[in-house]
Design a protein around this ligand. Structure first.
Ligand SMILES: [Zn+2]
Length: 93
């Protein structure tokens, strides 16, 4: 595999969380700055939430730009409530 792997970062410190090289779902990863930790499965879920919300926000911004240049289009967009993520993706959508 040569594709770039997204890393899970601590949502507060923005540093990669540390864990086993070949993690299982219940492997515990932790932030070495603040000690925030969770299981691999929970971290992946939170990182996925973060990534999905960032993608939705980016899409919303794009749609608003299009709508502003055309009176034919009205935008509803997605409801995204920005919040603090416990863990985030190192890759932005
Ligand atoms: Zn941290």
């Amino acid at each position: 595999m040569s594709e770039v792997q997204a890393q899970a970062l601590c949502g507060k410190c923005k540093v990669p969380v540390q864990g086993p090289d070949e993690p299982a779902d219940d492997s515990v990863f932790a932030c070495r700055e603040c000690g925030r930790s969770d299981t691999y499965a929970n971290i992946l879920e939170e990182v996925g939430n973060h990534f999905r919300d960032m993608a939705a926000l980016a899409l919303n911004a794009q749609m608003e730009r299009v709508a502003r240049s055309s009176k034919m289009i009205s935008v509803t967009g997605f409801e995204v409530q920005p919040r603090e993520y416990r863990f985030i993706s190192s890759v932005e959508p």
